[in-house]
Design a protein around this ligand. Structure first.
Ligand code: SAM
Length: 333
């Protein structure tokens, strides 16, 4: 199976090929920049897409040119039998690049079955390598479990293993070099993400953002970096170490140097809404038509219309910026 439908193109000529599928809005962590300690009002079960519904929509999107899929949440590994979904999606296409974005807490337990189901690689969120700071940022004392999840994934070949680190001023920016050291000793790729106004608590402020360029400078001062030009273009240029050590470094500067011009992402929320942009104020309901008996052609047309209406870029930092109604864990990071 492959591309048999018109591509998902917006009015600026960008083509959506990278699909993030959120399988749940629930999470077993409470990262301060994402969700309040008491959690959020969770979606009722009947509003959440079944695996069969997700697979049907995914198939239509693959037919429309999607070639990269990230399973996310909430925390995807808290959804029961998520491995089954991975297998169902893999059965749609042997070629699609498929990864999971997880906080890593349950990863060591599930990595082997995920690999067996056809998962290609993992991205693990980890904001600190210091136990007390990790606990302070996630409200879970779980650094050891996360590091074990990373280790097991690498051992199984779920590679390249990537780490996502959200950097927040006066919390963890001092750890950039330690993360680089970890990358060098393990071969992991560490990507530093700028703090975005997508926290449910609405506490974000520009003061908390540490520019990606500053992180690179900190690392460069200790371990010189060179752009990894062999790689496909990504939102952030990946860097390798000039001395040839393993591992890579990247920054995702969504706030200070947005990459909207080359954005190829689309998102399907756990409750079946398609979003053309993380910061979109509008969503396209796929679940309603799907459950009402829409044909594949009709669903593909809805997806095309959603992408066609994608705006040129987010407006963070501009006077007219409006936060989306849903926060990161509800959209699917
Ligand atoms: N639970 C999974 C995880 O931890 O990777 C997947 C979902 S999580 C919402 C996806 C990513 O979004 C994580 O790397 C997380 O750190 C990031 N994230 C959440 N809130 C954010 C914010 N306000 N700014 C930047 N990144 C954020």
């Amino acid at each position: 199976m492959g591309t048999t439908r018109p591509p998902l193109v917006d009015s600026f000529g960008r083509v959506a090929t990278d699909l993030r599928i959120s399988v749940t809005d629930r999470c077993n962590f409470r990262c301060r920049y994402c969700m309040p300690p008491e959690g959020l009002p969770w979606l009722p079960k009947e509003e959440i897409l079944s695996f069969e519904e997700i697979t049907r929509l995914t198939n239509i999107l693959i037919e429309s040119g999607v070639d990269s899929i990230k399973v996310t949440g909430g925390e995807p590994l808290v959804r029961r039998d998520v491995t089954k979904l991975v297998r169902m999606v893999r059965d749609l296409s042997p070629d699609v690049d498929m990864s999971i974005t997880t906080n890593g807490f349950l990863l060591a337990k599930h990595a082997a079955e995920l690999k067996d189901a056809g998962l290609g690689r993992v991205t693990v969120s980890c904001d600190s390598l210091v136990r007390h700071r990790f606990a302070e940022m996630t409200l879970r004392d779980a650094l050891d479990e996360v590091l074990e999840g990373l280790r097991v994934s690498a051992e199984l070949g779920l590679t390249p293993v990537k780490i996502n680190t959200v950097v927040i001023r006066n919390h963890n920016e001092f750890e950039a070099v330690d993360f680089a050291r970890l990358a060098r000793s393990t071969g992991y790729e560490v990507r530093f993400i700028e703090y975005m106004p997508l926290d449910a608590q609405d506490e974000w402020s520009a003061d908390g953002v540490v520019p990606g360029a500053e992180i690179l400078e900190r690392i460069q001062a200790v371990f010189p970096l060179v752009p990894d030009t062999d790689e496909q273009p990504e939102p952030a240029t990946p860097y390798r170490f000039a001395d040839g050590a393993p591992g890579r470094i990247g920054v995702i500067p969504s706030v200070t140097e947005p990459f909207c011009d080359s954005c190829n992402r689309l998102r399907l929320t756990a409750d079946g809404q398609l979003r053309a942009c993380l910061f979109a104020l509008e969503e396209t309901d796929m679940r309603g038509p799907l459950r009402a008996g829409a044909s594949d052609d009709e669903l593909a047309e809805l997806a095309r219309a959603c992408i066609a209406a994608k705006w040129s870029g987010h407006r963070i930092g501009q006077p007219d910026f409006v936060r989306p109604a849903r926060s990161m864990s509800m959209i699917g990071g």
